[in-house]
Design a protein around this ligand. Structure first.
Ligand code: HMG
Ligand code: MG
Length: 300
């Protein structure tokens, strides 16, 4: 049987925009986020504190956060992604209460993405948990290349569970398990998420699927069957990691909501309003939005 409710964590403003070559003006990012919030999304990755040399699109992280820092009702999570102490310091200076750490299972991916091996990245990130706990911050860890790495190929699921365990032991209460380049299949997804549920019964498990090969929706269905109820998605299906060869966008929020709505799985997100947010951001993107629901919306 399927869960009666699911939660969507919108990653469009971060994962969606980070790969855009042309700078999206800060006020446009802010308006995009505002529209997403109006659609009922209460958990949103707003931006990331990463090196502006590596990801110039995110160089306005501070201004983006400041636009929302006064609106922090407890049921809203404004998440900011950080890879290291420098990023965390900036986030805490802005009083961010929700932080996402990120790391890949694969060494080669981490070397491309954050210039560290997996062991070095762990060594750098685990101590950050102390500061986060002091602040009573909400922490998620995004686990990239959980299934497949663009450089190393298939990842052994035991290695993914093992990496997650380090963060759970350090106090992380939420894991976002990512298929960075959209290579996972529903069978492996069911197996890994079932193993994670057994290993970490009290941890919130999120699924983060890029839809590079069109299998993301089937993978989400496999997650629902494994009892997973939290999904990262991006409005318009925009996005991708600049340091993962062949990565494309996340599963589109509006397509995901359509499927969940039709199956009676409640999200409390307004699909029409998501589509309005997508049509607002589209002119600022270097490519047309290709989600199924957006196509229909344009035809209507
Ligand atoms: P590095 O060059 O090894 O770092 O980069 P460094 O410590 O030697 O510092 C180099 C420069 O960066 C210095 O500036 C630092 O001040 C600055 P300089 O002296 O040259 O002017 N710096 C920073 N600036 C701002 N914020 C920071 C920060 N840290 C250092 N936090 C680093 C290491 C991690 C910084 C770099 O590799 C980086 O920024 N990588 C970003 C990677 C990224 O954003 N990837 C996309 C997000 S992850 C993702 O999309 C996957 C996910 O969606 C899940 C999935 O789908 O798999 C989450
Ligand atoms: Mg991603």
């Amino acid at each position: 049987s399927l869960p009666s409710k699911a939660t969507i964590i919108e990653v469009g403003p971060r994962d969606g925009l980070q790969n855009e070559k042309k700078f999206v003006p800060t006020h446009v990012k802010i308006q995009f986020i505002s529209l997403l919030k109006e659609a009922g999304l209460s958990e949103i990755e707003l931006t990331s504190f990463v090196s502006p040399k590596w990801v110039p699109q995110m160089k306005d992280a501070q201004q983006v956060i400041q636009a929302f820092s006064l609106q922090q009702p407890t049921n809203n999570r404004h998440i900011v992604l950080v890879p290291n102490e420098q990023g965390l310091t900036k986030a805490l200076e802005e009083n961010c209460q929700s932080v996402a750490l990120f790391i890949g299972v694969s060494n080669s991916f981490n070397q491309h993405n954050i210039n560290k091996t997996t062991a070095e990245a762990l060594h750098q990130q685990l101590p950050l948990m102390e500061k986060l706990k002091e602040r009573n911050a909400y922490v998620r860890t995004c686990i990239s290349t959980s299934f497949y790495c663009p450089y190393e190929g298939k990842i052994n699921p035991d290695k993914t569970v093992e990496l997650c365990a380090h963060f759970v032991e350090a106090g992380v209460t939420e894991l976002s398990i990512a298929d960075t380049i959209g290579m996972a299949n529903p069978k492996d997804v069911f197996t890994l998420f079932s193993a994670l549920k057994r290993a970490f019964p009290t941890v919130l498990l999120n699924a983060h699927f890029h839809d590079t090969r069109g299998v993301a929706m089937a993978n989400i269905y496999a997650c629902l069957q494994a009892g997973v109820t939290r999904f990262d998605s991006s409005a318009g299906g925009i996005g991708g990691c600049p340091f993962a060869k062949g990565a494309t966008g996340n599963i589109a929020t509006e397509d995901l909501i359509f499927m969940l709505d039709e199956m009676g799985v409640q999200t409390n997100v307004n699909r029409e309003k998501i589509l309005e947010a997508v049509s607002y951001i589209e002119p600022y993107l270097s490519h047309p939005v290709s989600s199924k629901q957006y196509r229909l919306y344009q035809l209507a």
